[in-house]
Design a protein around this ligand. Sequence first.
Ligand code: DAT
Ligand code: MG
Length: 149
Amino acid sequence: MERTLILVKPDGVQRGLVGEIIARFERRGLQIAALKFLSVSNALAEQHYQEHAGKPFFRSLVDYITSCPIVAMVVEGPKAIDVCRAAIGATDPLAATPGSIRGDYGATIGRNLVHGSDGPQAAAREIELFFSPSELHQYDRSLTRWIAE
Ligand code: DAT
Ligand code: MG
């Protein structure tokens, strides 16, 4: 069982796609472990995107994620990190497969709607940045056995 951090970025909120995007993960069979609506501070944005510090697009990335409240969620399931990355689609929406979130709703790399952690270490680090342990919920869902053996 894996957990991963998902963010519905400001363009997803502004465009009224929060419900649609959350539904994509629910329908994929992922279980919600945590969910909140928050404004991202400059400091949190810089920490979250620390691997991109120094890149030419870093400042605009931080400005973008801090420009409007976002939805942060933790979802879990077998191979949740890769399942979510597949549901989200390639970083550049132009290259994202139709049927993925970015492939269906995105057009440019600077407005690609959603974030998903890219590996187990990133997931652990990012979940801790956005959620305290008491905000993460463990519970049994009866349909889980119909999603994974
Ligand atoms: P992803 O969000 O698919 O994990 P990433 O971690 O490589 O992609 O980059 C984080 C975000 O930074 C990405 O969602 C959009 C932006 N970004 C990445 N590469 C970029 C580029 N070459 N030009 C502009 N923005 C870029
Ligand atoms: Mg990334």
